[in-house]
Design a protein around this ligand. Structure first.
Ligand code: TGC
Ligand code: FAD
Length: 392
């Protein structure tokens, strides 16, 4: 890939609303991405290999648990810093951001929020430092958009729990040290369990042949009579609302992350179109190309303000599930459209790995599906404004 010359988009001077700490976090993350992600990511994506060596680096910049209190190893930052970090990391690659979303919002968050003090102390510092990599098992082969139907279950055996079932499409499962798994008890109530790598009967086969998120490892979680200690059940929340609460936090990070991918595509297309000459002029001088660029910068700017305001609401603990859902849906859709237009603006070069656009575009095809599909998020907004759920 070419040298990473990325400059961020700030058409409406949003930087003036950020604190010094926000800008510091953003710049430090961007520097790390330019140094440790941009030079290697294309090769790893082409080979469909997870860049394991980035784990320690992500931990060192505070990307595992940015908003988890420092006493548990987190960075103790606010929600806007968390968002800006995800923006910069996804600017590098959605798969790398995925690793951070899963570790921070889907593994550390439930342990912090629904776990007891012993569990927090046992797992959070190791997850924050990257000594442990975690994954989150909600989706099953027959229950994706409708996780409440899950069949993975456990029985109380007196001195332990006996877990059976399978999860599918699980980010980082093939490398995980622990998995936060959602399963039903004998009464059909959903609980979170912490399953450890070395528990007998637990396996994590890798999913191959992905055209998207190729630098992220995806797999299954298979539980064949796994004996889980009772101490590993998350005691402080049960029901479908428990995993859905984690998704609020992860979807919020994705809303910021998608802006990063969109900015990278826009920045690349703008630079390329000013240099590429056809019919004796830079193609940036043609009206049809300017239309694409003008729409891109407009959509990025709108998404930046939507997400910044959402960050303020998150900081005040006022952001609703429906508001977060709207930002995830809007921003990923916006990024995907920008990636497609930017790809066209680079002509044939747009399909190569010399530029990041095609990789972003293919990655975003997963991002628009995971953490709730685009259509499920439309239905969440629909339910919120009408009071009528249209899911079933
Ligand atoms: P519904 O009846 O609406 O709700 C069930 C119960 O949950 C409560 N609840 C929430 N609680 C806390 N936080 C939230 N955000 C909540 N949303 C709902 C709700 O009040 C209710 O409580 P109670 O006490 O009345 O029982 O549930 P539903 O079955 O009708 O489903 C609603 C729907 C479709 C919106 C939901 O199931 C959904 O969001 N589906 C999409 C599934 C999804 O997003 N899966 C993501 C899997 S993880 C992933 O993709 C990781 S990608 C990895 C990466 O980021 O890299
Ligand atoms: P389905 O639910 O079968 O949906 C298929 C289509 O039907 C979609 O277009 C959907 O919008 C539509 N549809 C479904 N229901 C309705 C309805 N009521 N009305 C209208 N349309 C509807 N999950 C995890 O638990 N942990 C992870 O770490 C994780 N990582 C992932 C990584 C990748 C790369 C991918 C691709 C997925 C990952 N997922 C993970 C799973 C992801 O959350 C699901 O793929 C997603 O929730 C959709 O479920 P599904 O694939 O089963 O699609």
């Amino acid at each position: 890939m070419r040298p990473d010359l990325f400059e961020h988009t700030d058409y409406y001077l949003l930087d003036e609303l950020l604190t010094d700490e926000h800008k510091l976090v953003r710049e430090a993350t961007r520097e790390w991405v330019k140094r440790d992600i941009s030079p290697i990511i294309e090769e790893y994506a082409q080979k469909a290999k997870f860049p394991e060596q980035t784990i320690k680096g992500l931990a060192s910049i505070g990307a595992f648990g940015p908003y988890i209190p420092t006493e548990y190893g987190g960075a103790g930052l606010d929600q806007i810093s968390y968002g800006l970090m995800m923006q910069e990391i996804e600017r590098g690659d959605s798969g790398v951001r995925s690793t951070c979303s899963v570790q921070s919002s889907l593994v550390m968050y439930p342990i912090f929020k629904y776990g007891n003090e012993e569990q927090r102390k046992k797992y959070l510092p190791k997850l924050a430092s990257g000594e442990y990599l975690g994954c989150f098992g909600l989706t099953e082969p027959n229950f994706g958009s409708n996780p409440g139907g899950m069949v993975t279950n456990y029985k109380d055996m007196g001195d332990h729990l006996l877990l059976n079932g399978a999860k599918m499409w699980i980010s980082n499962s093939p490398f995980c040290d622990i998995a936060v798994v959602w399963a039903k008890n004998e009464e059909g109530r959903i609980h979170g369990l912490i399953v450890e790598r070395d528990m007998e009967g637990f396996s994590t086969p890798e999913t191959h042949n992905k055209w998207s998120l190729r630098a992220s490892s995806t797999g299954e979680l298979v539980f064949d009579n796994v004996k889980v200690p009772k101490a590993n059940i998350l005691p402080n929340k049960s029901g479908l609302g428990a995993p859905l609460g984690c998704l609020d936090s992860a979807r919020y990070g994705i809303a910021w992350g998608a802006i990063g991918a969109a900015m990278d595509c826009y920045d690349t297309a703008l630079r390329y179109s000013k240099e590429r000459v056809q019919f004796d002029r830079p193609i940036a001088g043609f009206q049809l190309q300017q239309k694409k660029l003008a729409e891109m910068v407009t959509e990025i700017t709108k998404a930046q303000f939507l997400t910044f305001r959402l960050g303020q609401l998150k900081n005040e603990e006022k952001a609703t599930t429906a508001q977060i859902s709207m930002a995830k849906r809007n921003n990923v859709d916006m990024a995907l459209k920008i990636a497609r237009d930017a790809r066209q603006m680079l002509g044939g070069m747009g399909i190569t790995g010399d530029y990041p656009i095609m990789r972003h575009m293919m990655n975003l095809e997963s991002v628009v599906t995971y953490e709730g599909t685009h259509d499920i998020h439309l239905l969440i907004t629909g339910m919120d404004i009408t009071g009528l759920p249209a899911f079933s």
